[in-house]
Design a binder for this molecule. Sequence first.
Ligand code: PLP
Length: 448
Amino acid sequence: SVQTPLSTLSRQRPDSLEAFWMPFTANRQFKAAPRLLVRAEGMYYHDVDDRPILDGAAGLWCCNAGHARPRIVQAIQEQAAQLDFAPPFQMGTPLPFVLAQRLAALAPASLNHVFFTNSGSEAVDSAMKIALGYHRLRGEGQRTRFIGREKAYHGVGFGGLSIGGLPNNRKAFGPLLAGSDFLRHTLDLSRNAFSPGLPRHGAELAEDLERLIALHDASTIAAVFVEPIAGSAGVILPAPGYLQRLREICDQHGILLVFDEVITGFGRVGNAFAAQRFGVTPDLLTMAKGLTNGAVPMGAVLVSDAIHSAYMQGPPGAIELFHGYTYSAHPLACAAALAALDTYAAEGLFDRAIELGEYWQTRLHSLRGLPNVIDIRNFGLIGAIELAARKDAPGSRGYEVFERCFRDGQLLVRCTGDVIALSPPLIIDTDQIDRIVDVLGEMIRATG
Ligand code: PLP
């Protein structure tokens, strides 16, 4: 039989949806009424029926410069033709060296070294290993405990799960890494509901770290991991001063502070990283998603000079870190990342979340008062509308709004439980912000 060309297969409904086990998806529900995207450009996806779908989620917090950006497309095409793959162990290619230097220049001053991975999950697990190895090299190998935070998401590796605070992600997978403990989360609707921007209350929750230090002793703790803004749990913002206080406490006790910036990196909150927007510098910083504008999988860990130099002390012929992935610093990912950074710079996209922040905030908060809306949160170009959970069916209202937005409103949003999370590409304009808010309002009313 004549094979259907790939260009046709990628645009039509597949014959069968059975074999693909979809990630983080209600497979049977989805396959009964699939939502299939076939192409994208700028602010819009197009679905299999060629309906334009406004992207209110930057894909999945990834495509900060919007879709199919010419520089990135061209970089990937050219790199694929020039060098598809090369071994990354004891061999090198030029681009990761250039990219690492570019990332170091974008990052806070003390973060000058980059370890490449293929995802956010791998970046988190790599940062955990780098932290453990660092303490061991300094003769503090008893520092093996990690502190995460309730409601945190650090990916799905066994490391990231061990410091993640989302019960559904953890409960099926056994005891995970021994000894991890958790800061209290900072979501507090009773004091902070409908706060424009950062919440007023909650900086004192950083003192919770002192409680865990008193319990476990600082000498057992390797690192504290936090997302400056948690995304996957439904957008949880820090009160001013909270991250600063975590930094102080970590410094007092020789504990490393790690920011997981997988969603906050690359302009999402203005500046390259949230570390800069909040004025707090971590010892390690994980990233992914916007690193390549989502175009090729890639993650990375930014590493401080102090940690890196602790590793560079042994005999020069010794491998300093027994860790790496076949696809670390993949040539296609490096090309995509360099072109993404060029696009961000050429279009001033790291300023957009600040330029548009006030308009975004005002428009989002205009949804206050709609049925079942119990909180609205925003910072940078991040937004969240929290809906009251239905009795006995938590998550169903959020899912219904998400589904209606796609089907009836031609708008892609993200729902996590009953929170509608928004993170549009940074190229969004005010008319498109209006459209997101209008569609959401209509669908929230229709859902009831
Ligand atoms: N860390 C954070 C803060 C994230 O938001 C995510 C993904 O959403 C991850 C880690 C995991 O990244 P990945 O899905 O690329 O493994």
